[in-house]
Design a binder for this molecule. Structure first.
Ligand SMILES: [Ca+2]
Ligand SMILES: [Ca+2]
Ligand SMILES: [Ca+2]
Ligand SMILES: [Ca+2]
Length: 465
């Protein structure tokens, strides 16, 4: 120990002395006791199978301790390298006297699990009060693994029945069953810690537990999955629970994987709804008929031109999308003997028959069948009225009239044999002329269908049936 005395003499000759408390002379280096990584001061280093494992790719937590009994520790210097000798990641950096630090701003790559490269070493030197540096102390090697990641969660049981089931099937957004919730999940990974257990909840909000709180029951993990990261549970599985559901409510399923490190890896499905009602189909027009009260099954419509059969309709389902609309035309209900079952491309709202559908014109009815199926597989089928196409006039019958009709005399005309193979006779038209082709004696008069004869009586015209 040295003492330093400073004296000052003033012009009057007085001397003042100031004594320091002494200055240490230290000529031995400080000593490093430890460097631990993955933790801050006060924790135990997690050193397994020769490595400390971390998932952080941007920095390293480290703690260290050195001492110097003579001059104490003034500060530490830290470096990071991919070998025990190199400082290729971070060159020597003065970090002050703190005994731990998050060494930030690094770019660390995932360690290849086969070649076990790269790994990272933290080196620390202590600096004592006399400015001398200790020997370098190097940490255990650090393996960098993938960060914990929540997997995906989908609604429904699609594809889970597959023998080679792995991963997830197709997400479902609608279901018919109002008493069961099914879920599939995959890709929950904790390379650092492993997943210790899974639990799941069902709610009416994303992540919610309104219908079922988080429970472990009902989940099945894929046991055949090998090379599970972090030696935890499989990352894949599915779940099923009997729960009462309502139409018109969206349900969300949330799956959590809880890691051995206490991390909660959580994912929620995008939801599903229940639909238990089939779509509705409203026929808006059929052939030339647009009056909704006439567009009923069993009604008969007649048309005299053979052109394209036309129809328009509206398909609706307020709960879920329409998956398929198809039609056929037949000579009896639900038949397809006039036009094959054909899918309609437009699935929502208004639908129309494509052009070019020739109705049968042989007197048999043309009945349109329309079927609409919704996303959950519920379907509705309607039929149109019968359309009878008749392009030929009625067959001529035989008319019998008196050979001569005197003015003011009586007479009658009768007729038989008028008929039509395709459509029924609707009415008769009667007229009389003084020559063939004329209607000058009795102008045309329309007679009901049942009329059988026409009386001519004292210039008063009458008909009888
Ligand atoms: Ca010393
Ligand atoms: Ca969904
Ligand atoms: Ca519905
Ligand atoms: Ca006819």
């Amino acid at each position: 120990m040295y003492s330093v005395r400073v004296g000052a003499v003033n012009r009057a000759g007085a001397v003042a002395t100031y004594d320091t408390n002494g200055v240490l002379l230290d000529n031995t280096k400080p000593e490093m006791h430890w460097v631990y990584v993955g933790i801050f001061a006060g924790s135990d280093e997690d050193f397994i199978d020769g490595y400390v494992i971390q998932s952080d790719p941007a920095g390293i937590k480290a703690t260290w301790l050195g001492d110097d009994t003579e001059s104490g520790i003034a500060g530490y210097h830290v470096a990071v390298g991919t070998t025990a000798e190199s400082n290729d990641i971070l060159d020597w950096t003065d970090v002050g006297p703190d005994k731990d630090k998050y060494i930030s701003g690094l770019t660390l790559n995932i360690t290849d699990p086969v070649t076990l490269t790269p790994v990272y070493y933290v080196k620390v030197m202590a600096r004592n009060g006399a400015g001398m540096h200790s020997a370098i102390m190097t940490s255990h090697p650090i393996r960098v693994v993938d960060q914990d990641k929540p997997g995906i969660v989908i609604d429904g049981a699609a594809a889970t029945e597959r023998v080679d089931y792995i991963g997830v099937g197709e997400d479902s957004d609608y279901q018919k069953d109002a008493g069961v919730v099914t879920v599939q999940f995959a890709g929950f990974e904790s390379h650092e810690h492993g997943v210790t257990y899974f639990d799941w909840a069902v709610g009416t909000t994303p992540g919610g537990e309104e219908v079922q709180p988080f429970i472990m029951g009902g989940l099945i993990h894929e046991e055949s999955e090998s090379d599970v990261p972090g030696n935890g549970l499989a990352s894949t599985g599915f779940g099923q629970a009997v729960l009462p559901l309502e139409s018109g409510v969206k349900y969300y399923t949330t799956v959590r994987g809880i890691t051995n490190g206490g991390n909660i890896l959580e994912s929620t499905s995008d939801g599903f709804m229940v639909d238990q009602t089939p779509p509705t189909i409203q026929l808006e027009s059929f052939a030339l008929e647009e009056n909704l009260t006439q567009l009923l099954p069993g009604a008969a419509l007649y048309q005299s031109e053979v052109d394209s059969l036309s129809s328009a309709w509206k398909v609706k389902d307020t709960d879920c999308p329409i998956k398929k609309v198809y039609f056929s035309v037949g000579t009896y209900p639900y038949a397809a003997d006039v036009y094959n079952v054909t899918e309609i491309q437009s699935l929502t709202g208004d639908g129309t028959l494509p052009t070019g559908i020739k109705p049968t014109a042989d007197g048999r009815p043309n009945i349109l069948t329309i079927t609409a199926e919704n996303e959950v597989g519920l379907s509705t089928r309607i039929i149109s009225p019968s359309l009878i196409v008749d392009v030929t006039p009625p067959t001529e019958g035989v008319v019998k009239c008196p050979a001569f009709i005197q003015p003011l005399s009586h007479g009658e005309c009768t007729w038989t044999g008028f008929h039509d193979d395709e459509s029924a006779i609707e009415s008769f038209e009667f007229s009389m002329g003084s020559e063939e082709g004329l209607e000058d004696v009795i102008p045309p008069v329309s007679l009901p269908v049942h009329t059988k004869k026409f009386l001519i009586q004292e210039e008063r015209l009458a008909y009888v049936y």
